[in-house]
Design a binder for this molecule. Sequence first.
Ligand code: AMP
Length: 357
Amino acid sequence: MTDALAPGSTIGILGGGQLGRMLAVAASRLGLKCHVYDPAPDGPAAEVSARATTAAWDDEAALTAFAEAVDVVTYEFENVPAASLDLIESIVPIRPNRRALAVSQDRIDEKDFLRDLGLATAPYAMVDDAASLDAALERIGAPAILKTRRFGYDGKGQARIMAAEDAAAALAEMNGAPAILEGFVEFSHEVSVIGARGLDGAVACFDPGENRHEDGILRETTVPARLSASQRTDAVLLAAKILTELDYVGVMGVELFVTPQGLVVNEIAPRVHNSGHWTQDGCLIDQFEQHIRAVAGWPLGDGARHSDVVMENLIGDDIDRVPEIAATQSALHLYGKAEARPGRKMGHVNRLTGPAR
Ligand code: AMP
């Protein structure tokens, strides 16, 4: 374990939500400390971390003090401003690296990257105004989806275009932000692969999970996913290709559409991923520990799965069902958020459905 962080070292985490919380819990099991940086006070991650800094992304003094207090920095939130990262990186390594972050922050750069790797994506075109949207629709056709290039999540910043007449309303929804038009992919279902790459270049992927969304938000992930043996292999190989090309260190989520023509990459997330939460109870080493191992320079777990799992997200008022769920033999993971707003991820539950098939 050359370059490996010794127990007692500190991992800095940018972003203080539930992903940070579960990373910090995993790190603590390995005897590592976490220091969370987030502009909002009292987030889910700060509650379980050794240290927390509450400061703005442009607070240079706070960023410097944070970077000097940790041994490596990772993130659970992709939209940290580039200038903050420049400052941090001048003091301490950031893993996964900046290129992975840059590629995934911009949907056009992401699609260009995937296309250059020879991977299938939806047809796409850059849209900045009504004229470029007309040209894009002419080329790609309807139905299509207009999305903001940056800062989209959980289906936000997206508008469907079923026919050319919908174009103006869809463009208005972008609020002047640079956008991408994507052709609508006729998929049978959606799956994701959670892959990891270590500092030594070793790659380990978890089994693909099958994802069901409601209102653009992940509702449920089931493993094993409905995939043929060759699709399963394809999914893992393409994730490994992405990880290796980016010289990635850490865990990444790769979202895929399953189509009769093969797997189409929807998007990549350079971090632990909601669709990988099943690993907490389906694997000996879960995605959070895997990410901590990677960024700490430790050997990776092999990704093996011991159980079939259905992971259900608890969103908004679902939190009221906790007493009932707690009375069943299932693994509850709650994020400690005080207020249950509609669409807010409050926790999740992993139900084991049998030994791994
Ligand atoms: P995204 O934020 O890009 O992951 O999109 C959220 C959800 O919208 C995806 O999980 C899909 O269900 C759907 N979606 C996004 N892009 C496309 C596309 N090009 N074709 C069909 N469905 C899509």
